[in-house]
Ligand binder design. Sequence first.
Ligand SMILES: [Zn+2]
Length: 373
Amino acid sequence: MRLKITGSIKQKNRFLTDIEYIEGMEFYPEGKGGQLGDLGSVGEAQVLEVNREGKLFLDKEMTAGEYPYEISLVRRDEIAKNHTAQHLVSAYLKEKYDLDTVGFRMGEEYSTVDFPSLEIDELKIKDLEEAMNRIITENLDVEILTYTRKQADQIECLRKTISDKVIGDIKVVKIGDFDLNACGGFHVKQTKEIGLFKVVNYEKVKKTLTRIYYKAGNRCYEDYYKKHKIIKKATTQLSSTVEELNDKIDCLLDDSKTKTKELSGLYHNYSELLCEKLKVNAEIIGENKIIIYKKNDAATKFFPKFIEDEKYSLIYGENGNFTVVSKAINCGELKSNLEKLGYIVKGGGNSTRINLRIDANIEIIVDIFVKLL
Ligand SMILES: [Zn+2]
């Protein structure tokens, strides 16, 4: 296949390239009909995206002239499988539950279809998956029929009415006797090509819709491979079978919760003893008692309980993250004085308590603090 490059403009780190086809099929634009666009190559350059006008974003600048080009047909096949699956999902949910498709989006990882219902539950999802995989195995023919606009408007059993925006001949996709819908995207020739279908998630969106996330074809196998690997590792780590996995995780989470509670109790008691020691060792400057603690551990959480802020000022922290609690100075002033010295200070608080994130050691903060007394 050959095309002619007629111009190229740099846009950020890509090159928007004007082309004219000489021989071969055209690149499919990104987002047309909710579908992914083609990728491929032109000469030495990779095609990163095809815009709606059919211009190519290339990864390098190409001088004007004729080049051979390729379109990734493997990718197009996967798009066709996932796109045809959408026809089937929409048709099945319409037939079985009278739900119209109100949105469709195909992504690199998964595709989504939106339905105006909040009643879609696990049972319906399972039913949809079973029906989809059954239709795939039935190997229905997928035919592309071309009609004039007038002829197309007379077809009675189209799943969706044709938009007025569509001009020229209309392509109608017929899947066995199951679905008839106008569409210009890529489709498989027989449903068996789709291989496998799986809903990977569903959720309520925009208050009234349910969004179904699915994968079809190789994406499904890749997803299964990836998840199988993760589950296999988890079962080895937890010495469990797949069936026991959730119970084991529940046990671990319960255990972790209990231990966190116990640890918090221990830190509480430790903090009480620590605070007694810190108070005895407090620095006394005039009438002020200053406690300095060069750590940021969990014991500090309980300091307000054991250190009376009427009697003591408190400076603690490490690794550029400090807290100052004091009624002897204005803590906001401490921050601005550090900034005046050229430090970049993040964090905040009020006049009696402030958190400082600063590239300095605690001695600098103590030094400025003492000057403010
Ligand atoms: Zn289609």
